[in-house]
Design a protein around this ligand. Structure first.
Ligand code: NAD
Ligand code: GLY
Length: 396
């Protein structure tokens, strides 16, 4: 029997009887991502890092683990994670990498994969990614190529990573040409989203993660968007545990259903890129730096996608204004002029950066536009000239 089949037997379709009892006792929620042999659970709950060892040992009895995190997250959560393995699984070693987007690079990938090999990590082991999307994306890619694929478990510690990057199996590093251009689809074996870990996250990072939460409402769930418009404060402040759990669970379930239908992004999954085509270009222009966080770029990109849809007559102007109002109320940027620091991109520069987008086909841009809140769609029918005219107005 393959290791993957053994995995599935161990975790069952949502925890089984023991899993149900644990869920009742701990308030854990589970979302299954059903992808045949690559299926896995996303467990959401408070204090999960302290129970991570038990979850991993249940998934892969007898496995040895290697933990990868960044310097900031290590200071807050590494001891608790390592402690959770005590008596349950041997920790072969841990890697503490620099925090920040620059870590998603060839040099860090090389250091990490060679380090994992030097530790003797085997195919039957588990590599655990503790951190935000940067650590998740890098570790996932390292796991995809190490010995042609080892299991990895995501322990996402940012709101962004809990609602988006830890789920769905996209892994990547950045290159000089752009973001996430070198990577692989490699699904995690388990995701443990500890909502309590968000208590150490900065308000700015919480807001950036919230942009990806609101994305799910905007792209396909109007009711969720309306709930967020009313209750966003408890989510962004992170002090309303029920609201945070609901926001993470609804987001993960929305992503899971889309990924199940289109794992490798040949169609519907592109909807998850609402705001990203414009946003990635802005991130690249800002040098993938703390000047503009990924979620902030997505917020500007989503506002632009709705404004562009309105300018093309596809969506009512009031809808674009409503989306922008909500994002601004939360404290997210919605305009290029909101990006702090010197200089501003021009339209031609942004178009050139957008041309590197992975969704470009035969030179045509793929855009995610919207007719209404909750009604996004994928299109290649927009002329580059129309995009340029729009961006000229946006950058004026
Ligand atoms: P990140 O991983 O850089 O984390 C943001 C900052 O918060 C870092 O400085 C980190 O050290 C710190 N941090 C993380 N958890 C913390 C905690 N609990 N307490 C205190 N500090 C903490 O960034 P991110 O926003 O989580 O992720 C962004 C990355 O995710 C981008 O590279 C983006 O491309 C990628 N992404 C990938 C996918 C995907 O599907 N794979 C989806 C969306 C975004
Ligand atoms: N974050 C976009 C995706 O996972 O497809």
């Amino acid at each position: 029997m393959s290791e993957r089949v053994l995995n599935e037997t161990a975790i069952g379709g949502g925890g089984g009887r023991n899993g149900d009892a644990v869920e009742r006792a701990t308030g854990e929620r589970r979302v299954r991502v059903s992808l045949g042999a690559r299926s896995y659970d996303v467990v959401i709950g408070s204090g999960l890092i302290e129970r991570a060892g038990a979850h991993v040992a249940a998934l892969v009895p007898g496995a040895k683990v290697a933990i990868v995190t960044d310097e900031t997250v290590a200071g807050h959560h590494l001891a608790a994670l390592e402690g959770s393995f005590s008596g349950r699984a041997e920790v072969r070693g841990r890697f503490v990498l620099p925090a920040g987007e620059a870590t998603k690079s060839f040099p860090e990938l090389a250091r990490l994969t060679e380090g994992l090999l030097a530790l003797g990590v085997e195919r039957g082991d588990v590599v655990v990614a503790l951190g935000g999307g940067v650590i998740g994306d890098l570790v996932g890619f390292a796991a995809a190529i190490l010995r042609r694929g080892v299991r990895f478990v995501q322990v996402p510690t940012t709101l962004l990573a809990q609602v988006d990057s830890s789920v769905g199996g996209k892994t990547a590093i950045n290159t000089a040409q752009g973001k996430n251009l070198v990577g692989a689809f490699h699904q995690p074996a388990l995701v443990l989203a500890d909502t309590r870990s968000l208590s150490t996250l900065s308000p700015r990072e919480m807001r950036a993660g919230y942009a990806e939460v609101v994305k799910y409402g905007l792209l396909g769930d109007r009711e969720f968007y309306i709930w967020l418009e009313q209750g966003w404060r408890g989510v962004v402040a992170g002090n309303d545990a029920a609201a945070v759990t609901r926001a993470v669970e609804v987001s993960v379930a929305a992503k899971a259903r889309i990924v199940e239908r289109d794992e490798t992004e040949t169609g519907e999954r592109m909807l998850l890129n609402l705001g990203h085509t414009f946003g990635h270009a802005l991130e690249a222009w800002a040098g993938f730096s703390g000047r503009l966080l990924h979620g902030e770029a997505v917020a500007i990109g989503m506002a632009q996608a709705f404004r562009f849809s309105a300018s093309l007559g596809l969506a009512p102007t009031e809808v674009a204004a409503r989306v922008e109002r909500h994002l601004r109320e939360v404290g997210l940027p919605t305009r290029i002029r909101d990006i702090p620091g010197p200089g501003a991109p021009d339209a031609a520069e942004l178009i050139a950066l957008m041309a590197q987008d992975k969704k470009v086909m035969a030179g045509r841009l793929t855009l995610i536009l919207a007719r209404e809140i909750g009604e996004a769609f994928v299109t290649r029918d927009v002329d580059r000239a129309a995009v340029e005219t729009f961006l000229q107005a946006e950058t004026a």
